[in-house]
Design a protein around this ligand. Structure first.
Ligand code: KG4
Ligand code: ZN
Length: 359
């Protein structure tokens, strides 16, 4: 099964060609065109700029992924594209590009849920059999998912306001550290004292696995508003803020792992999303995983952040399982598309967010 994947739900235009053969997954090519420079002056992703930038480069990004793979369109078995959730203008650009290629080449089109791509991403490189517990922490998403099998996802908890990456971006904006904020805050935190500022750890006294990060930004904003922060104060604030996020994520992960049965061969914890690049957070999660004898799997960064290989993989797995609907060509792009529709209905979480819709 050879599948072209296209991703355009936020600020990366990406295309990848993947082969799924005899249970082995090989990424034949992947191309990512980031829009960080276009959005940097605004300190966040601007949806209209994103949509136009996707439209500008989508055809070339796809063409270079095909050329790198050394394949022609007739070699493909299907075309998969992110069809939600995300910034709708960008989602439509990638989805229509995929549909057009599928139509012109008479190949099946597979609409992919971006979150399903993230959920399956550890299977791109590592031997990661179902079931596993996934902590997805990016700029747009922050949730725990139990991944039981293809198409079987149970959302165990989610942020009720900001995503963790969004919280990093907001602090960076407050302090004028640049965009994206996460890497800048992590760098600045290196020389800071994480115990210097007492920042809140919201919801940790509550049952369940939901998280909240908006209050953290407000607490930091109060400190910044007082003004006159020295370089050392800024470093201390970044370190304290990062420690608060790491504490929240690791306390919730501890609880999630306690309630997760795992498979016959033990428990696997997968961490994906851009925030998984943060070393303080990774170290904290490693400690928690160790406490539960769980294996921590963190995909390589290029597969943690938004990429098209994970979309191609989700498409290939769906094709192989015969799960692609006959009317997939009529699929309408969805700005919101929870992976676990049932728990989203039971416990809906709304909120805008600069980095796209929170599903
Ligand atoms: O997964 P991603 O590339 O895009 C989506 O949001 O879907 O994640 C980007 C987010 C941004 O909010 C960025 O600030 C955060 O991940 N991030 C980090 C780090 N690197 C990226 N957050 C904390 N520490 C990092 N080193
Ligand atoms: Zn994503």
């Amino acid at each position: 099964m050879t599948v072209l994947g296209i991703e355009s739900s936020c600020d990366e235009t990406a295309a990848a060609v993947l082969r799924h053969e005899g249970g082995t997954v090989t990424v034949l090519s992947e191309v990512v065109r980031s829009q960080v420079e276009e959005h940097a002056p605004y300190g966040g992703v601007v949806p209209e700029i994103a949509a136009r930038a996707h439209a500008d480069v989508a055809d070339r990004v796809v063409a270079s992924a095909m050329a790198d793979a050394g394949l022609s369109y007739s070699d493909l078995d299907g075309v998969a594209a992110t069809s939600g959730p995300g910034l709708i203008g960008g989602v439509m650009v990638g989805m229509m590009t995929g549909k057009a290629i599928a139509l012109a080449t008479s190949k099946p089109f597979i609409p992919v849920n971006h979150l399903e791509g993230h959920a399956l991403s550890p299977r791109l490189g590592a031997d990661c059999p179902f079931p596993y517990l996934l902590l997805l922490v990016s700029g747009g998403h922050c949730q725990f998912l139990e991944v039981q099998g293809l198409g079987q996802y149970r959302r165990l908890g989610t942020t009720i306001d900001d995503a963790a990456g969004e919280a990093f971006d907001k602090l960076a904006k407050l302090l004028g550290l640049g965009f994206p904020g996460g890497p800048a805050v992590e760098r600045t935190a290196k020389t800071g004292d994480p115990a210097r500022y007492k920042l809140p750890r919201p919801l940790l006294d509550r049952d369940g696995l939901d998280m909240s990060f908006a209050g953290l930004k407000t607490a930091a904003a109060r400190i910044v508003e007082k003004g006159d922060l020295s370089d050392q104060d800024v470093a201390d604030l970044c370190a304290s803020y990062q420690a608060a996020i790491a504490d929240c994520l690791s306390a919730r992960t501890d609880r999630a792992l306690a309630g997760f049965e795992g498979g016959a061969d033990g428990k696997r914890l997968v961490v994906a999303g851009g925030v998984a690049a943060n070393m303080a957070i990774r170290t904290a999660l490693e400690t928690v995983a160790g406490r539960h004898n769980a294996v921590l799997i963190a995909p390589p960064l290029r597969h943690c952040t938004d990429n098209a290989a994970m979309i191609a993989l989700a498409g290939a797995e769906q094709l192989l399982a015969g799960r692609v609907a006959d009317d997939a060509m009529n699929f309408a792009a969805r700005p919101r598309w929870p992976l676990d529709e049932e728990s989203a209905e039971r416990n809906p979480v709304y909120g805008g967010g600069k980095r796209g819709a929170k599903a």
